[in-house]
Design a protein around this ligand. Structure first.
Ligand code: ZN
Length: 587
């Protein structure tokens, strides 16, 4: 059997359901209004049968909605291997996908944002990996975990009531779902949580079943959030894991992965932005010039030109859902930058702003006078001094006058399709500028309030260095510079004064798990700091530096207050704690 042509497919680990069934005719649901199904459902279902009927009806409405929505889907996966000393699995390699979901034709465009590692040297490494694992993950498969069953019908399933249970503040009916004998391949098998107002499925946990002979389905825990009024619950977080899936003689699959969805509302932004971007984002200079009613001097013109390039790029990154809108966390970052600037008597005009890239890989860069840090980077930094280290390196680029390529000042250069973002935008610096920025940053940090706390920052860099061979896709940059530049580590002089990185020491926190600090609203892309209670770390295996963990979001119902962007009060004190307060439970 292993010699038949089928074996090629068998080696590929296809984790998606087979979507060969007829598509449900798409209606055109209005997201903002309650549909007929939910109006009916406003009276509580009296019997278990009614609950099932309404849930199924609601799921069909959900499917029709999803076909019109095109959120970004990001999957980050870590392959694991048992570490005997730690007595826990640790990552040995990783995989990263970023794409836009398109269920109208049942596929995600996985070429979108294709990573440089799929060409050249990367390709060779990839083929090496293939020899080890003899299988491949399909980005499509993870994206499809947003769907329970595209043709969810009562006749295909047995339903068993389990209990009532709260998820966050949402009262749920918990039901076990199993496909009937001849219901066909790729049905859902597992448990569903149904909220008790509109009967939306808010969480489902299980796998697809039965699997065809030549492929496998993975296990997943898929969460939806109430993002819009009218009981609109949309997929936001999916955790997937296998610890003992035997897919070939002597081969076992052992991995964990986080999939995040956001950017459901991007089209609206695009439409609105035609009217708002000029008035909202135009720099002070425009106003001043009109007041003075005179031409800009050459130096003013040059600055305005650079500022125009900066605004274009930032707008574009926000429009395509890679950059979060301005918010609470930007202010936290700005506070840290100000701390360094004030103690160094730095006065930089125009004022420096900080923004957050919504993606997981660890990177930071500058766009003109805007410092951009990725969400993943903020998640894993162990403390404020480490954050200061990252920000000060970027501040140094600005202080040294390292410029943005002004080709972006021409508006036509911004009209490229999303998937070419990483090709057209490149903020990486050359080696010379990197070294100069490192040197300047050390100087700035030594005058800053962080000067005595940089041991941990150095320790963080050591952890990055130590994990880089296994976590190539996390510890690399898409748009800017990686923490590692060939064999050089950014700000490496900080490492000499820092303790030895020891993953086995329970009280040494060099880096945090992913997903512990920053929460993304998948509709507005507004960011929020996660409020978690400090969890005492008792065993070294609990530290999980740079690792993905399961999701446990605190579910709430949509309220206009929670969606208001000005709700977020400016945080006066910078966020990261010194102690080991990472929540291993993720969001
Ligand atoms: Zn740099």
């Amino acid at each position: 059997m292993d010699r038949s042509p089928v074996v090629v497919i068998a080696l590929f680990l296809i984790c998606c359901a087979t979507f060969t069934l007829a598509q449900t005719p798409a209606q055109a649901p209005q997201l903002s209004t309650r549909d007929a199904a939910s109006q009916q459902a406003s009276a509580a279902a009296a019997t278990f049968d009614q609950v099932i009927d309404r849930t199924i009806e609601r799921e069909h409405f959900f499917m029709a909605q999803m076909k019109q929505l095109h959120p970004l889907v990001e999957t980050y996966l870590q392959n694991l291997k048992e570490d005997k000393e730690l007595n826990a699995p640790v990552p040995v390699s990783d995989v990263y996908f970023l794409g836009r979901l398109d269920l109208s034709s049942w596929e995600t465009d996985d070429r979108t944002f294709s990573s440089p590692t799929t060409s050249g040297l990367g390709k060779r490494m990839l083929s090496k990996l293939k020899n080890v694992y003899s299988m491949r993950f399909m980005p499509l498969g993870f994206a499809q975990m947003v769907i329970l069953d595209q043709d969810f019908q009562r006749k295909y399933y047995d339903f068993t009531f389990v209990r009532r249970e709260f998820l966050g503040e949402i009262k749920c009916i918990v039901i076990d779902v199993a496909p009937k004998k001849d219901a066909g391949n790729g049905r859902f098998l597992g448990r569903i949580w149904i909220e008790d107002q509109d009967y939306n499925i808010v969480r489902f946990n299980g796998t697809y079943y039965p699997h065809p002979r030549s492929s496998y389905y993975l296990h997943f825990d898929s969460w939806r959030q109430n993002l819009r009024p009218g009981g609109v619950w949309l997929p936001s977080l999916i955790y997937s894991e296998e610890s003992d899936l035997k897919y070939k003689l002597g081969q076992t699959l052992n991995y964990k992965a986080q999939t995040r969805l956001w950017g459901y509302n991007l089209k609206d932004f695009r439409r609105n932005s035609e009217f708002t971007e000029i008035t909202v984002d135009a720099p002070q200079a425009v106003q001043d010039e009109s007041k003075k009613a005179q031409d800009a001097s050459p130096i003013e013109a040059q600055r305005a030109w650079e500022r125009q390039a900066e605004i274009n790029v930032i707008d574009r990154l926000q429009q395509i859902g890679l950059l979060a809108p301005e918010g609470e966390i930007d202010k936290v970052l700005q506070t840290v930058v100000n701390n360094v600037m004030v103690t160094n008597n730095l006065d930089i005009q125009p004022e420096i702003h900080c923004r957050v890239l919504l993606t997981t890989p660890l990177e930071s860069f500058t766009i003109g006078h805007t410092i951009v840090v990725s969400r993943g980077m903020i998640d894993v930094l162990p403390d404020e001094a480490s954050l200061a280290m990252i920000l000060t390196h970027e501040l140094a680029h600005i202080a040294l006058g390292h410029r943005l390529n002004t080709k972006m000042a021409f508006n036509d250069r911004m009209f490229f399709p999303d998937e070419r973002t990483f090709e057209r935008m490149d903020f990486a610096r050359d080696r010379g500028e990197e070294e100069a920025a490192d040197k300047k940053a050390i100087e700035l940090l030594n005058n800053s309030p962080y000067k005595d706390k940089l041991g941990n920052a150095g320790l963080f860099l050591k952890a990055v260095q130590a994990r880089a061979p296994q976590l190539k896709n996390l510890i690399r940059a898409h748009l800017g510079d990686s923490l590692l530049n060939g064999d050089a580590t950014r700000m490496s002089s900080l490492m000499t004064a820092s303790p030895q990185f020891d993953p086995k020491k329970a009280d040494q926190i060099a880096a945090l798990p992913l997903g512990g600090r920053v929460k993304v609203d998948p509709w507005t892309e507004q960011l929020e700091l996660i409020k978690t209670k400090p969890v005492a770390i008792t065993a070294a295996a609990d530290k999980m530096p740079f690792e993905v963990t399961p999701f446990f979001p605190f579910l709430t119902r949509f309220s206009s207050a929670s969606a208001s962007p000005d709700k977020a009060a400016p945080a006066a004190t910078p966020t990261p704690e010194k102690t080991a307060t990472a929540s291993p439970s993720g969001q």
